[in-house]
Structure formats: structure tokens, C-alpha cells
Design a protein around this ligand. Structure first.
Ligand code: HEM
Length: 472
């Protein structure tokens, strides 16, 4: 990627997130009459600094599909650590928040206190709706009727449908007996490549991971569906640009047709097979719930690979994981490996910006937030706050071995509350069983040239350049 392209991406990040016009100066700044009750507002300079350090890198890395080169740059220049430091400066200067940003056009607040994270997420979808303007702009490229950007009755119904298919409330999905052999087979293929080449890199891992995803979601007939893969990538690349890219309606229709074809086949042992037996209404739109799953499985693949890097560099925890594996040879419930996956996504959250939009005015200790305000929960700030958490930069699976509640510090890689991720348990099942299959009977280490310092884990971990060596 050229330097010019990098600059363009960063510029687009700032403009996209903040609305055109901010950088032209104070003249455009919203002149809301400051009522006595208004929330505190950040200065223009602090707002711009937040735009550059927090919003721009997140948008430039690609909110909907990652740009691997920008992820590499983010690791090299420690951009995610810098973003956390910017948030700490804001908290240290302005206190508990919520803090309004000084923006033209858009009302935008940032959450700075742990209790406020729980409040915003637990009071979703109303008055804090997940269907924020930015999310609708991006996701409507490939799932305009997806639950995440639905509201009211439609949301309620689509949410219930997602929960039912993904078996949201069960630690172990009801199709586990069909899924785990698929995991074993894909790991077998990955390891065969690793043996031939002397190492397992991202490309070989990702090929197996996406085959697994298509087999789990649609069944065997989809395992090698390259067209489906290409359509997903194309539409998501457009979605990264939100309103700055025209919608490719033809590609979107083709994508939906392809999904509908697999749902009609309803292969037993797949999510598509399960969907065939579920009641729906004209509002459910089953086809349009599936793109979110395909999209979100990306995050699960990245997280699994990063979790492997944690185990490869922490021998004591790897030994504990092996003990876990011995205690459940069927690999359906491996608490320590599940905690390892949760740690990987705490350390490197794949949804760093949890966005909400208020549907009405809400009242806080320090003032009133008007209706229609965008609310940002920046997860890495809470997950990696080294001014508050002794374990901020350390691999600490123990954090996840006990039930967490709203009294605890917010660790929200899967969000929480009624709009939290309904795929969480399915992700933990597939990722932990894949790690177990990779570790089974062999030692794993990072390939030469790559280091991970257990004493201070980096703010960004570029999954695309990780490589592993296995010793049988
Ligand atoms: C490591 C993997 C994953 C992570 C970290 C993750 C995280 C999240 C987060 C943070 C949200 C809330 C987003 C927001 O409010 O803007 C969410 C929503 C959602 N996730 Fe996941 N997710 C993952 C994988 C999956 C998978 C594999 C599926 C499906 C198979 C899935 C299905 C969904 C759905 C349907 C929603 C929307 C829920 C709603 O709006 O009510 N996720 N996820």
C-alpha cells in the first residue's frame, strides 16, 4: 500500500466518523445552547485528538472487513495503545463522563466510567439503540434487515430468531455432534499443510477456518463455495466506506440468492438445517440474518489464531490447557480454553467501538444527554486501562473462570445485555475445540522472527503475520 493510500484511509476515517467539516475549524462547530443541565463537553482540540487517535485508526483498519496492511501498521506504530492513552487523558481531565464531543452536525458522547458501560449496554436496545447511523450506513450494504440494525418489533422478532438458531443460552450448541468432527477435519488439513511447509501461517489457517464456517452454517455442499466467499468480501469492502461508497445492489441480490439456495437445501447438521424447522413470520427475514454470522465468524477466526499465539508464548497456561483437554476428551466444554479465547478478545477486541444511539433524552449524574446522541463505548479503554488494572497487558485467563456481573469491571468483547452477541457460546465452542485439536499431542511455538512479550502484550496483534511451528 502506498503512503498516499494510507493517508487517504486515515483521512476517510476522520471524515467518516466525524462528519464532513470538523477540520475546517470552529466556525462549523455546533452551537448548542448550553443548558444548565447539559453534559460536559470536550474542547475542540481534545475532540480532534480523539478523532485522530481513536476513531481514525479503527476506521482505517476496516470496521467491516480488515485491511491487513493497516493492521500491520497499527501494530508497528502501537496505534491501539496510543488510543487507550488518549482515552485515559480524557478521563483524567474531564472525570467520569459521559462526555460530549464538540462536533458539527452530530451529537456524540463518549463513555468514561465502568458503571456507565454497564448502563448503556444493559439499557439497549431502548433507550440506547444498536442501530446507530454509522452502523446502518455500513451494514445496509449487505444486510439491511439484519437484527443489528433493526428496531422495534422487527428487532424483537429477529433477535429471538438469532438466539434460537445460535442456541445462545446454551454453552454447548445442540448441533455439537455434527460440528466437532468438522473442526477435527479442518485442523487435520491445516496440520498437513504445516507439516509440508514447516509452519502454519494465516493463509492456511484462514482457508480451513472459512471452510469450517461454511460447513457449520450451510453444510457440506458449501465447503468450497468460492463465489459466496468473493461476494462476501466484495460487499464488505464496500461497507467499510459506508455512505462514501455506492451500494452494489446486484451483488447484494446475488449474495442473498446464494444464501437462500443453501437455506432451501437445509442440510442436516448445519444451521441451515436447523432453520428449516423454525417458525418465522414475514418480518423475520432469515436470509438477511445469515450475513452477520458470516461476517462475525471473521472475528472468531482472528481471535482463535491470536489465542494460539498466547498459548505458544505462555507454557504454564498451555500446560493448564492440556489438563483441561484431558478432563473432557469429547472437547465440548473446555473452561480454560474458553477463557483463553475470551482473553484473546479482551486483549485485542474485534469490535473495539461499540456504538449506540439514544432514542430519547437520558439523565446522568453530571447532566442530561439529548435524544439522538451517538454513544461510544471504546472497549480497549476498559479492557487495557493500565492506570486501573494490574493485569491490563498480561494474559490472565483467570478473569473469565468465574461468572462476571455488572458489579465487576466491564470486560465486554461480546458486548452484554439484550443486544449482546448471541453467537458468543458458539464462538467459544468452535474456537476452544479448534485450539484443543491443534495442541493435541504436539508442542507449539511462534515461528522465528516473531516475538510476543508476556510481560507487556502489545496493543495490537497482527494476526495476518503470525506463524507457528509444531513439534509432534
Ligand atoms: C470473536 C467473535 C465475535 C465477537 C468478539 C463478537 C462480538 C459482538 C459484539 C461486540 C456485538 C455487539 C455489536 C454492537 O452492538 O454493535 C455482536 C453482535 C452480534 N453478533 Fe457477535 N461476535 C463474534 C462472533 C459472532 C458470530 C460467529 C455470530 C454468529 C454466528 C455472531 C452473531 C452476532 C449477532 C447476530 C449480533 C447482533 C445482535 C443484536 O443486535 O441483537 N457473532 N457481536
Amino acid at each position: 500500500m502506498t503512503k498516499r493510500n494510507d493517508n487517504l484511509l486515515l483521512a476517510a476515517g476522520v471524515l467518516g466518523a466525524f462528519g464532513v467539516g470538523l477540520v475546517t475549524g470552529k466556525a462549523l462547530v455546533r452551537s448548542t445552547p448550553a443548558s444548565d443541565d447539559a453534559l460536559p463537553q470536550a474542547s475542540l482540540l481534545d475532540t480532534i485528538a480523539l478523532g485522530l487517535d481513536v476513531f481514525a485508526p479503527a476506521v482505517a483498519k476496516g470496521a467491516i472487513i480488515r485491511r491487513p496492511k493497516v493492521v500491520g501498521l497499527a501494530e508497528r506504530f502501537a496505534l491501539d495503545r496510543r488510543a487507550v492513552q488518549r482515552m485515559q487523558k480524557l478521563r483524567n481531565k474531564y472525570g467520569e463522563g459521559p462526555l460530549m464531543l464538540r462536533l458539527p452536525i452530530r451529537k456524540q458522547a463518549v463513555v468514561l466510567a465502568p458503571a456507565h458501560v454497564h448502563r448503556v449496554l444493559n439499557e439497549s436496545p431502548d433507550p440506547f439503540s444498536p442501530a446507530s447511523t454509522e452502523k446502518r450506513a455500513a451494514l445496509s450494504h449487505f444486510e439491511p434487515k439484519g437484527v443489528l440494525i433493526s428496531q422495534g418489533e422487527e428487532r424483537t422478532e429477529r433477535r429471538a430468531y438469532n438466539e434460537a438458531v445460535l442456541d445462545h443460552r446454551q454453552a454447548v450448541h445442540s448441533l455439537v455432534d455434527s460440528f466437532l468432527p468438522k473442526v477435527e477435519e479442518e485442523v487435520g488439513r491445516m496440520l498437513a499443510i504445516a507439516r509440508r511447509r514447516g509452519e502454519l501461517d494465516w493463509d492456511a489457517f484462514a482457508r480451513g477456518w472459512y471452510r469450517l464456517v461454511r460447513r457449520v452454517v450451510f453444510g457440506e455442499s458449501a465447503a468450497d463455495d468460492q463465489e459466496l466467499n468473493d461476494l462476501t468480501v466484495k460487499l464488505r469492502r464496500n461497507a467499510n466506506w459506508a455512505i462514501f461508497h455506492p451500494k452494489d445492489r446486484q451483488a447484494r441480490e446475488r449474495f442473498f440468492e446464494r444464501i437462500a439456495g443453501y437455506l432451501a437445501r437445509a442440510e442436516p447438521g448445519s444451521l441451515a438445517g436447523m432453520m428449516a424447522g423454525m417458525p418465522t413470520t414475514p418480518r423475520t427475514e432469515p436470509v438477511q440474518q445469515v450475513p452477520q454470522w458470516l461476517f462475525a465468524f471473521d472475528a472468531a477466526g482472528m481471535t482463535t489464531f491470536r489465542a494460539l499465539a498466547l498459548l505458544a508464548t505462555h507454557p504454564d497456561q498451555a500446560a493448564r490447557a492440556r489438563k483441561d483437554m484431558r478432563s473432557d476428551p469429547a472437547r465440548q466444554h473446555l473452561p480454560f480454553l474458553r477463557a483463553t479465547v475470551l482473553e484473546a478478545v479482551r486483549l485485542w477486541p474485534t469490535t473495539p467501538m461499540i456504538l449506540r444511539q439514544s432514542t430519547r433524552a437520558t439523565h446522568w449524574d453530571n447532566g442530561t444527554m439529548p435524544a439522538d446522541t451517538g454513544v461510544l463505548v471504546y472497549a480497549p479503554f476498559f479492557h487495557r486501562d493500565d492506570q486501573r488494572l494490574p493485569h491490563a497487558d498480561l494474559f490472565t485467563p483467570e478473569l473469565w473462570l468465574k461468572e462476571r456481573s455488572d458489579k465487576d469491571w466491564p470486560l465486554v468483547p461480546f458486548s452484554e445485555g439484550a443486544a449482546g452477541c448471541p453467537g458468543r457460546n458458539l464462538v467459544l465452542l468452535l474456537a476452544s475445540s479448534m485450539l484443543a485439536a491443534l495442541l493435541d499431542g504436539r508442542a507449539v511455538e511462534l515461528a522465528p522472527g516473531r516475538r510476543l512479550d508476556p510481560a507487556r502484550l502489545p496493543g495490537t496483534l497482527d494476526n495476518y503475520t503470525l506463524r507457528f511451528k509444531f513439534t509432534e
